[in-house]
Design a protein around this ligand. Sequence first.
Ligand code: GLP
Length: 236
Amino acid sequence: MKILKFRDKKEAIEKASTIIIDLIKKNPKAVLGLATGGTMVPLYKKIAKEYKKQNLDFSKLKTFNLDEYAGIKDPLTNRNSYHYYMDKNIFSKVNIQKRNINFPSASEPDYDKQIKRVGGLDLCLLGIGRNGHIAFNEPGSSFKSITRKVKLTDNTIKANSRFFRSTKQVPREAYTMGISTILKSKKIILLAFGNKKAKAIKKVVKEKVSKRVPASILHKHNNTTLILDSRAASLI
Ligand code: GLP
């Protein structure tokens, strides 16, 4: 596991966007696993900016989002869905083709097979939950898990309630890529910023691989880079 520490979030975002854009330039047909959450907002902003500046072509990219809440009606227009988030933050700003965009859902029971059919993920972008979750693989998730419907923990519901009007409105279930789905990606980049992520990063970096900290399994992947700001890296 490679660990890159940056003075601040801005520098970390610069690095992450360079890695992603270089990969797209080298392989315009790349298959990407994409994360949501507050962490990724400035990254997608930067990528959209570079897309325009460098006149890039995203038309052949294939994307598979990591997760989506369950039970959200009309995810494309619902402001709390990850569909909406992705459209607002990146998809509407670049020439990605609708047919190349994928989200896990009840109607996509073969998500892992679909990813395999297009050659597997070339790059998987990850955030991390304060409890060490990746995508919506909460503590205790099997390292062999594939894409499925899961129950969210109270911690995650509380942490994500900041995006909703109240905690009550946060869905209790979600669809998520599994840990084995993520580990099959050829390359993984995990981004973490701010003090609130410092404890989780410490557990990932300093402690043994354990199901209690899902992100710790990234030690077993041969091409993972953690991109951290100084606050998230303050305990390592
Ligand atoms: C959410 C998402 C994850 C995300 C994480 C961190 O629950 N399911 O994919 O990486 O929590 O989110 P944030 O970047 O807002 O801290």
